[in-house]
Design a protein around this ligand. Structure first.
Ligand code: HEM
Length: 447
């Protein structure tokens, strides 16, 4: 079960994450950052970190605080670290965005904001990594998806270390060595973050959630370990090999090509594992979350094919923005939104009706959601993401802004469904609040 004990602040992480997502989408719709600005411009860095830290990392941390204890069958190492971590991450991200605005000349001088931001973010992520890492350590040896989570946490440390180095360097305090890493090492930071931390963790979590929500047997341990080995090799080669190449002033070409080969092998193996989960499921009728997750997987496959095509035609550098957009919004955000839809319903059900189970008649988890209504928002979301990717590939900036506006609307629609779930708005009387049950709070769970 996902919710042996409920994590008090998971809903708060989700709420803050979704707020950053909608803000980033609205800014893209307003024409802020890429493609109006360069992919490496300060405005683009603002959007990138709103999405990567504010939305995806916050949602992932919130989910892991709930999920890791269940995965390893031990309570979280220390629940009291969840809220300080959330505060530090929010403050750090706000300072980081302000620092980027200074860098782009939109705010008056204040480059010291960047090292301050890096320190706050490093402290917040350190609390997350320590809390989750020690939880897994207490239950050693780690099992199945816990290995993916550990690999994700190691990648998060690498991402934060590189980001911190960049922040000091950009504020003029980095010295020559850091300057060298900043000059060519940004892809290593991006790969460690999007590929290692977010993708490897999402893969591990998806194995467990898919088998749970589709009533499918777990993926064979040997197969998932091979997938993880290929994924870890991709990230390890990119980051460690990349740093070595920078130090040796050898160029990143060969290292990135080797990492890409391991990356493609990882996606192929992961595709095989996920296909087996769908094939062997006992729940024949797919729920909305598993149907929508499939669009996330399709986006990952499309991103892999797009990457191959762009490299083969020598146009990867020119279209890296479209590629990263599909990875961030089609694969990662698509999967996270699909899973949030189920996780919020499941946790709300546990919190409200768990205590009454067996004593009073209670609704089913599926009674908390209206899938028909929500599926329209998901369909609009994925179509607009794919349309946005195509418009970037064909250099149609105004079409991209339209697609981003539709994405914002679709996300707001999905959020409205999540709020309705939290409010038990779709549960029919008299089952809605049987005697002695309490309605859940919107932004945190009563534990
Ligand atoms: C302590 C936390 C972090 C700090 C201080 C930080 C800082 C930075 C800085 C300064 C750059 C720009 C380097 C340059 O081009 O001059 C950058 C780029 C980037 N960061 Fe971070 N970062 C952090 C965490 C993350 C995380 C967690 C992710 C992803 C999960 C991420 C994803 C990216 C990406 C994709 C880029 C390249 C963006 C582009 O070129 O448009 N960062 N980061």
């Amino acid at each position: 079960m996902i919710g042996g004990t409920l994590s008090k602040w998971t809903m708060s992480y989700f709420a803050i994450a979704i707020t950053w997502l909608i803000a980033a989408e609205a800014l893209m719709a307003a024409g802020f950052g890429f493609p109006a600005a360069d992919v490496a411009a300060a405005d683009t860095l603002v959007i990138v970190h709103m999405v990567c830290i504010g939305w995806l990392s916050m949602a992932m941390c919130g989910a892991l605080f709930q999920f890791v204890p269940v995965l390893v069958g031990k309570p979280l190492f220390d629940e009291r670290w969840e809220l300080p971590a959330l505060v530090l991450l929010t403050a750090g991200l706000t300072a980081l965005l302000a620092g980027f605005l200074v860098l782009g000349g939109r705010l008056p001088a204040g480059l010291w904001l960047l090292p301050l931001a890096a320190t706050l973010l490093a402290a917040g992520f350190a609390l997350v990594v320590a809390d989750l890492g020690l939880t897994v350590w207490r239950a050693r040896p780690p099992v199945g998806p816990a290995h993916f989570v550990l690999a994700g946490l190691v990648s998060l440390c690498a991402t934060v270390a590189l980001g911190t180095g960049f922040a000091w360097s950009l504020s003029g305090h980095g010295g020559e060595e850091l300057g060298k890493v900043l000059a060519t090492g940004v892809p290593l930071h991006a790969i460690a973050g999007l590929g290692g931390w977010l993708t490897l963790t999402a893969m591990g979590v998806s194995y467990r959630l898919l088998s749970m929500f589709m009533l499918a047997p777990d993926v064979d341990g040997k197969k998932s370990r091979l997938t993880l080995a290929a994924g870890s090799a991709a990230i390890g080669v990119a980051v460690a090999g990349g740093l070595f190449a920078i130090e040796a002033e050898a160029g990143l070409g060969i290292v990135l090509a080797a990492a890409a080969a391991f990356g493609l092998a990882t996606f192929a193996l992961y595709g095989r594992d996920v296909a087996a989960l769908y094939r062997n499921r006992k729940r024949r009728q797919l729920e909305l979350n598993t149907k929508m997750a499939a669009y996330g997987f399709a986006s990952l496959a499309a991103a892999a094919l797009l990457g191959i095509a762009l490299v083969a035609t020598g146009s990867f550098a020119a279209h890296v923005g479209a590629f990263a957009f599909l990875v961030a919004f089609g694969w990662l955000s698509g999967l996270v939104l699909a899973k949030l839809y189920k996780i919020v319903a499941f946790l709300t059900w546990l919190e409200t009706y768990g205590p009454a189970m067996g004593r009073l008649p209670t609704p089913r988890v599926q009674d908390l959601v209206a899938e028909g209504r929500a599926s329209k928002w998901f369909a609009v979301y994925f179509v607009s993401v794919w349309g946005g990717t195509a418009s970037l590939l064909f250099g149609q900036a105004s079409v991209f802004r339209g697609a981003a506006a539709v994405m914002t609307l679709a996300t707001a629609g999905i959020v409205q469904e999540l709020i309705r779930t939290r409010r038990l708005a779709d549960v029919a009387e008299p089952l809605r609040l049987p005697n002695g049950t309490q309605p859940p709070c919107l932004l945190y769970s009563r534990t």
